[in-house]
Design a protein around this ligand. Structure first.
Ligand SMILES: [Cu+2]
Length: 494
């Protein structure tokens, strides 16, 4: 994280609550005291304009607490996060806690809140027990999201998962990736083409730096990587061509570590990797050329960061198992809907999400949403509040299942998502997370109400024996509901 010279971080992070133990009050992070059932974690966050050195030149950015990226906010499953947010920008803004499964209403993860310039807002996020992961926070003011995110507003949010115990002994590094082009000391203004294609920067920064070296004293390195770019998709790989060990997607641990040659990380997605190191060894990560239809970038593999082992290294093996993974049952789907994603050109000051039809879902229901990209460029589907599993992609069942909150669709691609609306009600958003597309109208509202809370499956119910395909072809209720998250007009295309 880059901080301006002479700047002190004013953020306050306090823990209180009936069960809080002495000695857990800390500055700049959250203490970990075993055995606490629930805590209140208090923190401050200030949005303000700050001039920072980026890639060797001063740039006037929008920052949280003066940093680029913003500070790492930490909490734990079951915590009440109380965040006092101050807007010292010259324009209205707000906060969204991307991927967090908490209420979208009131003072929680409410994207309809406006915090005017000079005003404060207290966010209160009650994090479910047994739930955590790698998330991030950024503004979500409609028609301002793309420009505020582009100009710097983003930071990591980590919620300690109960299953994180399997990663004890690893060397944790949090990396937020953001690209930028600066012109005359300012982030380059959006062009007409940017609104159609999604804006990319010429410099790709990891924690605000060009190709930083992260020093590790333990092996493996646990890399928690967040793509906070507006439009750039990262195709991550090791420079030496060795495979990656993938352990989590969008903050959710996989069942076991997966070995993959490369991994695609769209805007807003997160991946977590384990990188084993020998003493003194260095491993460089690159992002490879990837065409998302609108752009192909980079033109050749480019370095992103290097992890470097110190000369004395404590090593632990990579765990064989990570987490018990619930498999959602397609036979239990109560309602199926279909959406198409497309982007005809439109300026950001066009259609408002609030003018589109609201999708109504019932609390307690498992729904299947079919999303089809009918465009000639990638779109990035994101649903707030309710994590989902990608059941099928172009009709092919995805194995093993993985929880996601953001999924990429190539041109012509069709995914079927299983979404359990089982325990959080309220009104929230789904949209394309190419930020310019969301602002331009690829955004809609879903409201979950009525019904009743239904519990998650017990861990013993969570795995289907290999080869068991029973119940995988559900009898859909008649009349699939058409919907749309399309651009101009934004409706009736489903
Ligand atoms: Cu899009």
């Amino acid at each position: 994280m880059i901080l301006p010279k002479g700047c002190s971080v004013s953020r306050r992070a306090l823990i209180s609550g009936a069960l809080a133990l002495s000695g857990t009050t800390v500055l700049g992070g959250v203490g970990r005291s075993a055995g606490e059932a629930s805590r209140v974690v208090e923190m401050d966050l200030v949005a303000r304009t700050t001039i920072l050195d980026v890639a060797g030149a001063p740039v006037e950015l929008l920052t949280y607490d003066g940093g680029f990226p913003g500070p790492v906010l930490r909490a734990r499953a079951g915590d009440l996060m109380r965040l006092e947010f101050s807007n010292e920008l010259a324009e209205p803004t707000n906060l969204h806690f991307h991927g967090l499964h908490v209420s979208p209403g009131g003072h929680a993860d409410n994207p309809f809140v406006t915090v005017p310039p000079g005003e404060r807002f207290r966010y209160e996020l009650l994090i479910p027990t047994g739930y955590g992961g790698t998330f991030w926070y950024h503004p979500h003011m409609h028609h301002r999201l793309a420009r505020q995110l582009w100009r710097g507003l983003a930071g990591p949010l980590l919620v300690e998962r109960p299953d994180d115990a399997v990663l004890a002994g690893t060397d944790e590094h949090v990396v937020l990736v953001k690209d930028l082009t600066a012109v005359d000391g300012q982030p380059a203004p959006h062009t007409t083409a940017d609104w159609a294609r999604g804006k990319s920067g010429t410099v790709v920064l990891a924690n605000g730096e060009v190709r930083p070296v992260l020093t590790a004293r333990r092996s493996p390195v646990w890399l928690r990587l967040i793509n906070a770019c507006n439009g750039r998709t990262l195709l991550l790989a090791r420079e030496d061509g060795q495979p990656l060990t993938l352990i989590a997607l969008d903050g959710h641990l996989l069942d076991v570590p997966r070995t993959v040659p490369e991994v695609l990380v769209t805007p807003a997605q997160r991946v977590e990797l384990l990188i084993s190191l020998a003493e003194g060894e260095q491993v460089a990560l690159v992002h490879r050329p990837y065409s998302r239809g609108a752009r192909r970038e980079p033109s050749r593999p480019e370095g992103l960061l290097t992890v470097a082992a110190s000369t004395s290294l404590a090593a632990t093996p990579i765990p064989e198992r990570l987490a018990a993974l619930e498999r959602l049952d397609p036979a239990a789907v109560a309602r199926r809907r279909s959406f198409r994603m497309a982007m005809a050109f439109m300026h950001a000051d066009g259609n408002a999400a609030q003018q589109q039809d609201v999708i109504h879902a019932r609390l307690g229901d498992l729904e299947c949403w079919e999303i089809i990209n009918v465009d000639t460029q990638d779109h990035v589907f994101h649903l707030h509040t309710w994590p989902f599993q990608v059941w099928r992609c172009d009709g092919v069942e995805q194995n093993p299942p993985a929880w996601r909150d953001t999924v990429n669709l190539r041109p012509g691609e069709r995914v079927e998502l299983l979404i359990p609306f089982r325990d959080v009600a309220g009104r929230s958003l789904f949209h394309c997370h190419i930020a310019e597309h969301g602002d331009a109208g690829m955004m809609a509202i879903v409201e979950v109400s009525g019904g009743a809370v239904t519990p998650a499956a017990r861990p013993s119910d969570r795995t289907r024996p290999p080869g068991d395909r029973s119940g995988l072809e559900p009898a859909w209720p008649p009349g699939a509901i058409p919907g749309s998250i399309c651009g101009p007009g934004g409706r009736g295309v489903g």
